[in-house]
Design a protein around this ligand. Structure first.
Ligand SMILES: *Cc1c(COP(=O)(O)O)cnc(C)c1O
Length: 358
């Protein structure tokens, strides 16, 4: 018995997408970003599927510990770094490399009595205004870190791009220029590019790249799909029709009665909803696929179910498989229709959705 809502993971696609990163950035080492449970795909299984990567990156120390406990041996960078003395101690014990982005972390490093050494990425805020030291602080901070015995030398350097998905804007060239000028005379390797940088800004390719979303086969650009970039999506999300009925003109469908039937409609109920991670804000008209044909969403998404218009699919019947996204229906399309981004849809898959590895 197949569960009502399930996701399939094509793990071979992970290897293919990693190889595509190497094609886009042939001279760079790859830090595969598998934070947030590998964008909802399952961190350990994706780490194993991406075994050919040079390193991994996660957001939090506890994610790094989980990877080590699962036997992952590659270098692991913690993108938010340690946030207290205990996390610093754990980073040393589990050999997690740290992003150093604020004064409080420097104080923790200075107070540390540990004998082990930690590999760090000094993060410069070149315009994202999230984590990192200001350009004016960089030289002083670098000098201070050089004096701390707990830090492995040389110190690695990184920044993060705020708008690399925007081809026309000036922000990426400005960030790049600032970072290059600031770091020109320093030893240590550099890392700038996320997926959008790798795919669209060759100038941002340095010794290390940090692909995330493209490894899952998904495009970072709203106007392109992963398939169009040569990537293969890993995840498909599926359910099935559990009822078919007719709705008369003038009747409403779903909570709030917001969808009003304009003509006699053959309607299907699909066993998936926001309780599974299907986006509650998907607009009427958002497509699903049934037997390879599109059917539009009608009414509001509820916790366990959605309604779709089967008028154009007279043979669709109870039991038929419904693709919410996957083969033939890119998740990028669903994200646009729900006013969100594919990242949020992938991360939002809930515990109720059973996963099948392919
Ligand atoms: C999440 C993240 C990435 C990966 O970004 P994608 O857009 O998924 O490629 C890279 N670097 C940092 C600092 C991140 O937080």
């Amino acid at each position: 018995m197949k569960p009502a809502a399930y996701a399939t993971l094509n793990l071979q696609a992970a290897g293919h997408n990693l190889a595509m990163v190497r094609r886009y950035a042939p001279d760079a080492k790859i830090m595969a970003v598998i934070k947030a449970n590998a964008y909802g795909h399952g961190m350990i299984r994706i780490a194993k599927a991406l075994d050919a990567t040079d390193a991994f990156a996660v957001a939090r120390v506890e994610e790094g510990i989980k990877l080590r406990e699962a036997g992952i041996g590659q270098p692991i960078t913690v993108l938010e770094g340690f946030t207290c003395a205990l996390e610093l101690a754990a980073s040393l014990r589990y050999q997690l490399d740290a992003v150093v982005h604020c004064r409080e972390q420097i104080n923790l490093l200075a107070e540390s009595l540990e004998r082990d050494r930690i590999n760090v990425w000094l993060k410069i805020d070149t315009g994202m205004n999230r984590l990192g030291f200001k350009p004016t602080e960089f030289a002083g901070v670098h000098q201070r870190l050089m004096q701390l015995p707990v830090i492995k030398k040389p110190i690695n350097l990184m920044t993060h791009l705020a708008s690399a998905d925007d081809q026309s804007g000036s922000s990426t060239p400005l960030q790049l220029e600032l970072f290059s000028t600031l770091t020109a005379d320093y030893p240590g390797v550099r890392s700038i590019a996320n997926s959008a940088g790798i795919l669209r800004w060759r100038q941002t390719l340095t010794e290390w790249v940090r692909p995330g979303v493209m490894l899952y086969g998904i495009s970072p650009f709203p106007e392109r799909t992963g398939g169009q970039l040569g990537l293969t999506p890993i995840m498909g999300l599926y359910s099935r029709l559990i009822a078919v009925k007719s709705v008369a003109t003038g009747e409403s469908v779903g909570y709030g009665g917001s969808w009003l039937c304009q003509q006699p409609t053959r309607m299907g109920i699909v066993a998936i909803g926001y309780g599974d991670g299907y986006p509650r804000h998907a607009k009427p008209g958002t497509p699903v696929l049934i037997n390879g044909r599109k059917a539009p969403l009608i009414g509001r998404v509820s916790m366990d179910m959605i309604s779709v218009d089967l008028t154009g699919l007279p043979v669709a019947q109870v039991g038929d498989t419904v693709t919410l996204w996957g083969e033939g229906l890119p998740v990028e399309i669903i994200a646009l229709a729900a006013d969100t981004i594919p990242y949020a849809l992938l991360c939002g898959i809930t515990q109720r959705v059973q996963i099948f590895e392919e």
